[in-house]
Design a protein around this ligand. Structure first.
Ligand SMILES: Nc1ncnc2c1ncn2[C@@H]1O[C@H](COP(=O)(O)OP(=O)(O)OP(=O)(O)O)[C@@H](O)[C@H]1O
Ligand SMILES: [Mg+2]
Length: 480
């Protein structure tokens, strides 16, 4: 580029930067841009604008606007993108100074520069790509063909709103689950509508507060993802239709979890599924992370299997890290709600694999606690958040439940218990015999601890965690 063109480009970029709603944009034979502020008219700009409207000139010089706009956007940080984009496109549209092709190229280039900014700001490339294609999908400036290729589509079968997100080539790259569409939240697409918008509600499970599933998804990945086959999961905040139904498409700012797309089928939809072909290591890793992560929803629909690669994936960690083993609650409120459908898989019957056992014994409950606390504190920044006090209590309940489960499975693993034995000790059991219900061992231990707390048992008062530990040893003594 000659020094003269570089100078014009820099000056043009400043013109673009100064645009306000209602301004008019024009350019001269050299490709210099001019802006006519709304309400002002000078003889010179008048002439420029008349020339600019001439079709031939438009074709030749549209490039000046494209280049200058791109250059200006390179200097913006990501927070300024949307406002500036709207303003500039508004002026460009009103003047009709760009051909359809130039406009499409410009829009693509601006989103590409926004993508680069997001990546430079530390957002991983897949999440940045998802942010871009979601924005483009609902942008009136983007052409219908592109939208058709990249727009989100609803994943069927779930309780909450879950949407496949695509990249700019149209390939699925992830699943977005907005917080406002979780069960019992205002825009839930299914039956689970929330009746009020007050503090924490726990209709779904005792230990699960509505509006926290997206945090649980991210916590589960951050705590367990190094070990279990959980696809990378992050947060995302984007303008998204209230619903994808025709009538209700108003764009609102939505926050939620974004999980990397994985190939395969959920086990509930696999005909001729041969459970035995799932690798033992994958299965044991999933199962133990379900226990550590207090998963109340590891149904067949929440395990995916890629039979081509012989690989298992854990999806849907929304109902995890429950609080209902918290022995600071009254004994009757304590419930073992771990619920997983791998209990009778053959991979659970043999001994725990050494790699899995090492992971269990090496779990650092304090590190996990700090992840839980920092992520769950973020709930306070959201709409329909509980009060600080209620949230604090809920988080403490999650931490106590998690530490209790970790202490318990460390002991059980050291004792040589198998996965299916440990599963039975921690999982809720649907008993057919109402008069003699089977109570999971972990529930008995936590209720006994809670009763000791209520009775001011001196051993509990001196050291609650030693009390819990001794109670566990007592229950585990007879297990072989
Ligand atoms: N990471 C992923 N990769 C590929 N497909 C996925 C992924 N996550 C979810 N899906 C698909 O989307 C569907 C719904 O997702 P998910 O199970 O997370 O939602 P949900 O509404 O919480 O479900 P549930 O009814 O089990 O609570 C799944 O059944 C699966 O087909
Ligand atoms: Mg599911």
């Amino acid at each position: 580029m000659s020094s003269e063109s570089a100078r014009i480009l820099a000056a043009n970029s400043q013109v673009i930067a100064s645009l306000q709603e209602g301004d008019l944009l024009g350019y001269d034979q050299e490709g210099r841009l001019y802006v006519q502020k709304s309400g002002e008219e000078s003889q010179k700009t008048q002439r420029v604008f008349e020339e600019a409207q001439a079709k031939t000139l438009k074709q030749e010089k549209g490039q000046a606007i494209v280049l200058a706009t791109q250059k200006h956007f390179e200097t913006l940080d990501s927070k300024e993108f949307l406002g500036t984009y709207r303003k500039v496109l508004q002026v460009i549209n009103q003047d009709q100074v760009l051909s359809t092709v130039d406009k499409k190229n410009l829009v693509d280039a601006l989103y590409q520069s926004h993508y680069k900014h997001l990546c430079n700001e530390g957002i991983d490339p897949v999440t940045a790509e998802a942010t871009i294609t979601i924005m483009m999908s609902f942008d009136p400036e983007v052409d219908p063909e592109t939208k058709e290729r990249i727009s989100p589509s609803r994943a069927t079968g779930g309780m909450s709103g879950a949407y496949y997100i695509r990249n700019r080539e149209g390939e699925k790259i992830g699943v977005f689950k907005p917080r406002d569409e979780e069960p019992y939240m205002p825009n839930n697409p299914n039956r689970c509508k929330r009746r009020d918008t007050g503090a924490i509600r726990t209709e779904m499970r005792n230990g699960q507060a509505s509006g926290t599933a997206c945090y649980k998804e991210v916590i589960a990945y951050e705590v367990l993802g190094d070990f279990a086959p959980i696809p990378p999961t992050t947060f995302i905040e984007v303008y998204f239709p209230r619903s994808l139904r025709e009538k209700d498409r108003e764009l609102i700012l939505k926050f939620g979890s974004f999980q990397r797309f994985v190939e395969g089928y959920t086990l509930d939809t696999m005909r001729n599924l041969d459970v035995e072909s799932i690798p033992v290591l994958d299965l044991q890793k999933m199962a133990f992370s379900d226990i550590v992560g207090y998963n109340a929803d590891r149904s067949m629909g929440n395990m995916m299997y890629d039979s081509e690669k012989n690989q298992l994936h854990c999806i849907d960690q929304g109902v995890t890290f429950l609080s209902s083993l918290d022995w600071n609650l009254p004994p009757d409120d304590i419930l073992a709600e771990v619920s997983c459908h791998w209990g009778d898989f053959p991979q659970c019957r043999g001994p725990i694999l050494p790699e899995v056992k090492d992971w269990i014994l090496g779990l650092d409950e304090n590190k996990i606690e700090s992840i839980i606390r920092s992520r769950m504190q973020m709930v306070l920044t959201q709409e329909n958040a509980p009060s600080t006090g209620d949230l604090e209590k809920y988080i403490n309940g999650i931490v106590v439940s998690n530490k209790t489960l970790i202490l318990f499975i460390k002991k059980a693993a050291e004792k040589g218990c198998t996965l299916s034995q440990i599963g039975e000790m921690v999982m809720e059991i649907e008993s057919e015999n109402e008069t003699d219900p089977k109570v999971p061992m972990i529930q008995k231990i936590c209720r006994e601890t809670s009763a000791a707390r209520e009775a001011n048992n001196p051993n509990f008062l001196v050291d609650p965690w030693k009390f819990v530990s001794d109670t566990m040893d007592k229950y585990l003594e007879d297990i072989h």
